[in-house]
Ligand binder design. Structure first.
Ligand code: FES
Length: 366
């Protein structure tokens, strides 16, 4: 190790071993304690003072350990604590802190502050060492007789290859093969879909929006401008266990009310909202985190996982972050009593993107 200071000439030679010129050190500026003996003396006393309090704290610690009853309590407003624990923690913590502060102050004011460079030898092995390694490897191959005894080599390759089969078989645990039919029944369908007649011609029951806290129906007139409500379909309560969780993961909503004059509504979704109340999927289109960080003034919804940001006043488009597509919107309407219900299922899949997914007409080609 060598001690190089700003006085030492820096190396400007560029060669194979030193492909980058040595930028050298910044100029060393002397500290007040380097030049003024009185300042150095003051720093010495400050460091000593910090260290000198430590024995005092240690004595208080030991005395209190034996003298303070273990059932004494102290109150800090609404907080209650065991007095002995507070005293022991405070004295020991303060002692360690003072040792640290003293050491730092000592290092910054009095210890030498010249930068030190440690020269290291090259990391690459020599040509001889590399040749030696190759020779040893070849000798190992020769001694294993794998070249001469081909039967062993082939049977070993067969044995190693066959152990991949159980791993492939375990892929069956991922579930059914995602055929187009299977996808349309699972990924592309949620329980917002209205209940239809047996012939699929008439709607028998629309799905009402309920809050995911009180499970009561949401009345449009109860929502004020700027308000956000986390919602789910009323019929979710009919499902239980894993099925309930799976459907909730796809059907969760955020419902927001905005000033109708400040919302941009695509032509194709003109009747999907009720007086500025819009319903969007709560599932981020990046990798599926639930979102509800709502910036009321900007109409932005932020995903806490990777900061994707969606503009709910502009059809849920992505304005920042890694998400690749807008938040799916659920078409909603209001019944005669003012309660909100879904007029259809989502028209595009919720959650993370995948290749075969549908698009909104206005997103075609994106
Ligand atoms: S899951 Fe929302 S930004 Fe990644």
């Amino acid at each position: 190790m060598s001690d190089t200071t700003h006085d030492e000439p820096s190396r400007n030679v560029i060669d194979d071993r030193h492909p980058v010129a040595d930028p050298g050190h910044e100029e060393h500026l002397p500290r007040p304690t380097d030049e003024d003996p009185k300042a150095a003396r003051r720093a010495e006393l400050q460091v000593t003072g910090l260290f000198a309090i430590v024995p005092l704290l240690a004595i208080i610690f030991v005395v209190c350990y034996f003298a303070v009853p273990s059932d004494w309590e102290v109150n800090f407003g609404p907080l209650h604590a065991n007095a002995l624990h507070v005293i022991l923690g405070t004295t020991l913590g303060a002692a360690i802190l003072l040792i640290g502060l003293g050491a730092v102050h000592w290092a910054r004011t009095l210890m030498g502050d010249h930068e030190i460079v440690e020269e290291r030898h090259g990391a690459a092995s020599s040509d001889e060492a590399r040749e030696e390694a190759v020779a040893q490897f070849n000798q190992g191959v020769e001694e294993s007789q794998v070249g001469r005894r081909k039967l062993i080599g082939r049977s070993m390759l067969g044995a190693v290859g066959i152990v991949a089969v159980p791993a492939v078989v375990l892929l069956a645990d991922l579930g059914e093969w995602p055929t187009p039919t299977r996808i349309s029944e699972t990924l592309e369908r949620t329980i917002w879909e209205p209940k239809m007649s047996a012939d699929g011609q008439t709607v028998e029951e629309y799905r009402y929006l309920v809050t995911d806290v009180t499970y009561t129906r949401i009345k449009a007139s109860d929502m004020s401008i700027g308000e956000l409500v986390n919602a789910q379909p009323e019929n979710l309560a009919e499902l239980h266990g894993v099925e309930n969780h799976q459907e909730k993961a796809k059907a969760s909503l955020i419902v927001v009310r905005m000033d109708p004059n400040k919302i941009k509504i695509p032509e194709s979704r003109a009747d999907w909202q009720v007086g500025g109340i819009l319903a969007y999927s709560k599932i981020c289109t990046h990798v599926g985190c639930p979102i509800s960080l709502w910036e009321q003034q900007t109409h932005h919804l932020l995903c806490p996982c990777h900061q994707s940001t969606f503009d709910l006043a502009d059809a849920g488009v992505v304005v920042f972050g890694p998400a690749a597509r807008a938040l799916p919107q659920l078409p909603i309407a209001m019944d005669d009593e003012g309660y909100l219900f879904a007029t259809s299922d989502f028209t595009v899949p919720v959650g993370p993107s995948y290749f075969e997914r549908n698009h909104y007409p206005e997103d075609e080609g994106k």
